[in-house]
Design a protein around this ligand. Structure first.
Ligand code: FMN
Length: 220
């Protein structure tokens, strides 16, 4: 049966225990990668990087790095089919901005040369505000990554895949384990993916809880 997007928003849930015998198909992994890549971001800056752990070894490396600070998330990291670590850039300079611009050009975004120049100037205008006026460029990049995470959680649920978003990760230790900071990235959030354990996942049995409209919504 076809469901509309609200069905998925209301029926997805944060998994607390995975069935380790259930693995995501290769076909769905390709779709998951497309979701990561095709998320929107301000000025199309795409200030992100992802680690996709599909092997036991990869998941064990994440869990080991996480053990001291957030051991309660590790059973899910180890039992999930896959784990995605969402990372943010540590800086946004001309090398990255040129990479984005040239990709847009290669993808046919600039019917005329001046469009390319306008795009480059427009993007730098926004980014310079965050760098020099608001002085929140790291926070701004992190916000783009969070936007990706939000779309991702809803997206994977439409594929029938369960997930757990985790801010409870030891970012310093994970960055060290994967040499992320040397590459110009830092980890932000993990999302474990797979299929929940029917018996042990208590959250699947609980009703959702959300604040009421009279508190969260003003309609004018
Ligand atoms: C950014 C973010 C970080 C979260 N971090 C954790 C976490 O570290 N561990 C965990 O079990 N749940 C985590 N959660 C799950 C939330 O507790 C959960 O989304 C919330 O209670 C709403 O429940 P639902 O996702 O089942 O609708 C996180 C959720 C978000 C969006």
């Amino acid at each position: 049966m076809e469901h509309n997007i609200v069905h998925y928003a209301k029926n997805r849930h944060t998994v607390k225990a995975y069935d380790p015998s259930k693995k995501i198909s290769d076909e769905n992994i390709e779709k998951i990668k497309e979701l990561l890549r095709f998320s929107a971001s301000s000025t199309n800056a795409q200030p992100w990087h992802f680690i996709l752990a599909s092997t036991d070894e990869g998941k064990e490396r994440i869990a080991k790095a996480n053990e001291d600070m957030f051991p309660f998330n590790n059973p899910s990291i180890l039992a999930a089919s896959h784990v995605v670590i969402f990372c943010s850039r540590l800086s946004i300079e001309d090398d990255h901005l040129s990479k984005v611009l040239e990709q847009e050009d290669a993808d046919g975004r600039f019917p005329a040369t001046e469009h390319k120049e306008q795009m480059d100037a427009g993007r730098k205008f926004f980014i310079n505000i965050h760098k020099h006026d608001l002085k929140d460029v790291q926070h701004w990049m992190d916000k783009q990554v969070y936007l990706n995470i939000g779309a991702f959680l809803l997206g994977v649920s439409t594929l029938g895949i369960d997930a757990t978003p985790m801010e409870g990760i030891d970012v310093k230790s994970i960055d060290e384990e994967f040499g992320l900071r040397e590459q110009g990235y830092t980890s932000l959030v993990a999302v474990t993916l797979g299929y929940h354990d029917e018996e042990k996942d208590y959250n699947a049995k609980l009703p959702k809880s959300r604040l009421p409209y009279d508190y969260i919504l003003t309609e004018v």
